[in-house]
Design a protein around this ligand. Structure first.
Ligand code: ATP
Ligand code: MG
Length: 876
């Protein structure tokens, strides 16, 4: 056995199968393309579904790939086993209806044991098979020559994900030796058991049945091979290190964590778990963000959010108290640069996303502590036990690990219902598992279309009308020779000008006619072997296979679609110009009436940015740039700097749409000859459609003019109602606004004088107490200041009166009292206030002529005011 780096293992694997006639498929993005059933690409086969279920026929039925994968169901294992990651690479060889079990087994054995390749000691390998899979047993026993005790029959070795292909599988294990047994119970100590000694490295799946809708199994017309080998596990063996984390794929990341934390990996078991969790999760998050996912509250985004939180939580174990994860994207990018350059290329963006998310979580953690406080109080009131569901909520929503809740609870003298918490966790795992099961299923192989291999040329780049021979009529998934009026059919011709939906551009609409029949085309899509399939209704007559028809694309809608398509390319580049290179297409829809463009960007666009983008695109339209379209090898296109769309797979020869060097994109769509044809470009809206994804809707030519017309009509209507010319609307509106302001001020003044009238009325309530004028009253003042102001206005109206006012607000009493200076030798305001305030259980004081105070017993305010009169009486 040679010592091999991770990169070397990957290269060897691809080389081995390539030399054995397999075509190399590139590693697809982690975010599935055209597949809503999967959250993440979780295996090598996941990206090849279209071949396995027959939607697309591969150029070569033998395929090899190194595929990045994310598995969230293994998350709770990560950090605690030597072999589980949330992000890992699977190396796989595949056969689509070509070789089967025998070659699959022979290839695997040769690659693993042959000294020219991996060169494992054959005596350390074990295999498992399904108990009923006698073929596989025979092959391992006689073809490979394994002794019977090294072939273990395991019931669970059947790969079945519901409807679609399924079959038995055979797993290969490497014996790491008795020193890896640790405390494993004896009953788990076998290849396939839950242990670290026998390490599963490779799974060979022999898919030979179709799992039908009704639950029965029938043999597949094409038997397939699908295998997956774990790269990190292989590296741990060839590098003779105890865990995947000790391999060259991880050590640079661990080293950086050592630098940041000041702790050493390998000295303390608990801290090592934190090292492992963090180094695992940063790989997952970096790769996922590089592939277009972003943290959010749902779906994929939520997975990323949880991973970042989990890593940050574990960082507490290493006493890291700041955002730091983002710095680890550097070593991740460096380690993986050779095979996965996109992490390096998008590193600045990735780091920005992670840093923001970390900072946000550090703030949320504080929020979690507040929630914990509530939970604590509830528990303390009840039985002193924090319920399982509360602990789970803290964990799931606020990122509080169970251990943290427990630690806090212990400090507070409380318990946590651990069993309840585990139940909730289990329930969540089951929910996830069910979601996975129902999501994994492949479509059943569609035989009819897959069997059609004749070519159908697309001539629509040059023409809109063709006379073409009808090759196939498909009705309700069967080939038929004829179809009558009213039938819904799918038609394939020897050639066609009809564009099939792809690359965001909608299909053409139009008619199919002959002297015998007339059909309206509703949609057009691509068959597995690449022909354009016309979905149409027979409006009259009878269609017959073999006859010639005239195919007519609706010219008007096609023209507007092409304008929008070219405008989309200009918009894409203009967004990069204005916002930066991180802008990448995340989706696109090109229709007749409008275009829609989704792209990665963290914040909403400002009005200035939108205006800038519009101006750039329109300038490109005015300058009437030529749109050059050419086919060329992909290497040449890359040299020209062509933008390849994210996640799209391209053949060796690609079509390049070059708008006079301003925008160069790989694209199979239909475009205008020069940008002047677009006429005019106008953005209608800019919105967010998910974390970090923005959507622009825009219109061109006739539809842009229509939009301006609508805006013009609105302006005209406003001008009409304001009775001014359009160019005076601005000034008129300004004048109206300032008039409004004046009026508001006048109203305020009027209100104030109304208040003054009320005060004047109050002077009627002045009492004469043995020749001394006294006014004492509760008034509706909002605070002490307003109360004083009222007092001042009253004083100017009744200068010879002792005035006492009180007001109640929010359960508190405010009081003021004033004594005319002529009377201060007999009555002191401060003294009066003391008496009043004590009546409302408060305090007060001041000068002889003026005092203020307050209290907390509003129910006694009447008594307090009465006190003034009593005081005057008693002081006579
Ligand atoms: P295990 O039982 O060890 O979790 P598995 O049966 O789930 O493995 P498969 O689905 O058969 O694994 O995947 C094929 C190969 O991919 C495995 O043999 C293993 O080498 C690797 N693999 C699977 N899951 C992980 C993971 N979470 N982290 C790293 N490698 C993995
Ligand atoms: Mg597993």
């Amino acid at each position: 056995m040679k010592r091999l780096t991770g990169n070397e293992i990957r290269e060897l694997f691809i080389k081995y199968f390539n030399e054995h006639g397999h075509m190399v498929e590139p590693s697809a993005p982690l975010v599935p393309i055209d597949d809503d059933s999967l959250l993440w690409i979780n295996s090598g086969v996941a990206t090849l579904k279209k071949y396995f279920d027959g939607r697309v026929i591969p150029e070569n039925p033998k395929i090899v790939n190194a595929q990045k994968a994310i598995r969230t169901n293994d998350i709770e294992n990560v950090g605690f086993t030597a072999r589980h990651h949330t992000f890992f690479e699977m190396l796989g060889n595949f056969s689509i209806g070509d070789y089967f079990k025998k070659d699959a087994v022979k290839y695997a054995w040769d690659f693993l044991t042959n000294d020219d390749w991996i060169g494992f000691d054959a005596d350390l390998l074990y295999v498992t098979v399904h108990p009923e899979d006698e073929d596989a047993y025979e092959l391992w026993r006689n073809e490979i020559g394994l002794s019977p005790e090294r072939i273990i029959r395991i019931e669970g070795n059947f790969w079945d994900i519901g409807e679609g292909p399924s079959g038995p599988n055979s797993e290969i294990f490497y014996d790491r030796g008795p020193e890896f047994e640790f405390d494993t119970p004896a009953e788990e100590m076998y290849p396939g058991g839950e242990n670290e000694r026998y390490l599963e490295i490779w799974n060979l799946v022999f898919s030979e049945f179709n799992h039908n809708k009704d639950g029965t199994y029938t043999p597949l017309p094409n038997k397939n091979i699908d295998t997956g080998m774990g790269l990190e596990r292989m590296a741990s063996i060839t590098q003779e290190v105890p865990t995947n984390f000790d391999t060259d794929l991880f050590t640079p990341i661990l080293a950086r964590i050592e630098e940041i934390s000041g702790y050493k990996y390998g000295e303390d078991e608990n801290k090592d778990v934190a090292f492992k969790v963090i180094s695992d999760h940063i790989r997952t998050v970096s790769f996922a963000v590089a592939d277009g996912a972003l943290p959010s509250n749902e779906g994929r985004g939520y997975v990323l959010r949880r991973l970042i939180r989990r890593a940050v939580r574990f960082s507490k174990e290493l006493n890291i108290a700041r955002a730091f994860m983002y710095e680890l994207a550097d070593p991740v990018a460096d380690v993986m640069h050779g095979f996965y350059p996109n992490v390096s290329e998008r590193k600045a963006f990735i780091k920005e996303v992670i840093r923001k998310e970390e900072e946000r979580f550090l703030a949320t953690l504080d929020e979690g502590i507040q929630i914990y406080d509530q939970v604590k109080q509830k528990a303390a009131k009840d039985d002193g036990i924090i319920s399982g569901s509360d602990a789970f909520r803290l964990y799931d929503t606020y990122g509080f690990p169970y251990e943290l809740t427990k630690e806090y609870a212990e400090n507070d003298g409380l318990e946590v219902d651990e069993a309840g918490f585990r139940n909730e966790m289990q329930a969540q795992r089951e929910r996830a598992r069910n979601a996975r099961k129902s999501g994994d299923s492949m479509q059943v192989q569609s035989e009819t279309l897959a069997e059609i291999t004749e070519e159908s040329t697309f001539t629509g780049y040059q023409s809109l009308n063709e006379e073409a021979r009808l090759l196939h009529i498909i009705k309700e998934d069967n080939s038929v020779a004829q179809a009558e009026q009213g039938a819904q059919v799918e038609l394939i011709f020897d050639h066609t000008p009809f564009y099939a939906t792809s690359g965001g551009q909608v299909a053409d609409k139009g008619y199919i006619r002959s002297s015998n029949a007339s059909l309206a085309v509703q949609s057009v899509y691509k068959a597995p072997n690449g022909q354009n399939v016309h979905v149409a209704t027979v409006e009259s007559g009878t269609v017959t296979a073999g006859d010639t028809y005239s195919l007519e694309v609706l010219e008007e809608s096609r023209n507007f679609i092409t304008k929008n398509h070219t405008a989309t390319h200009l918009l894409h580049q203009a967004l990069k110009d204005v916002l930066g290179d991180h802008v990448n297409q995340a989706g696109s829809l090109v229709e007749k009436e409008r275009l829609r463009f989704d792209f990665s960007h963290l914040e909403g666009l400002t009005d200035e940015e939108i205006a800038k983008v519009e101006t750039i695109v329109n300038e490109k339209v005015y300058s009437n740039m030529r749109v050059e379209i050419a086919e060329m090898p992909i290497s040449e296109a890359k040299e020209k700097g062509a933008m390849a769309l994210f996640g799209e797979k391209y053949g060796d020869i690609v079509r390049v749409v070059d708008i006079d060097q301003y925008s160069v994109e790989l694209c199979g769509g239909i475009h205008v000859g020069s940008t002047g044809e677009i006429g005019l470009f106008k953005i209608v809206s800019e919105t967010g459609i998910g974390a970090g994804v923005r959507r622009i809707e825009a219109v061109t030519s006739r539809y842009a003019v229509n939009l301006f017309k609508e805006k013009e009509a609105a302006l005209q209507s406003i001008a009409g109602r304001l009775k001014v010319k359009e160019n005076q609307v601005d000034r008129r509106v300004d004048a109206l606004l300032s008039e409004k302001k004046d009026l508001e001020q006048q109203i305020r003044k009027l209100k104030e004088s109304g208040q003054a009238d009320k005060l004047a009325d109050m002077t009627n309530e002045v009492k004469d107490i043995s020749g001394i004028k006294v006014l004492s009253k509760e008034v509706p003042a909002n605070d002490a200041k307003e109360l004083r102001e009222m007092m001042d206005s009253l004083k100017s109206r009744a200068q010879d009166t002792i005035i006492a006012l009180g007001a109640v607000n929010d359960g508190k009493v405010s009081l003021v009292v004033t004594v005319p200076s002529a009377l201060t030798d007999r009555f002191k305001a401060g003294e009066i206030m003391k008496g009043m305030a004590s009546t409302v259980e408060g305090k007060g004081g001041g000068r002889p002529d003026m005092a203020q105070g307050g209290g907390t017993a509003p129910e006694n305010i009447t008594n307090a005011l009465q006190f003034v009169e009593d005081y005057v009486k008693s002081s006579q």
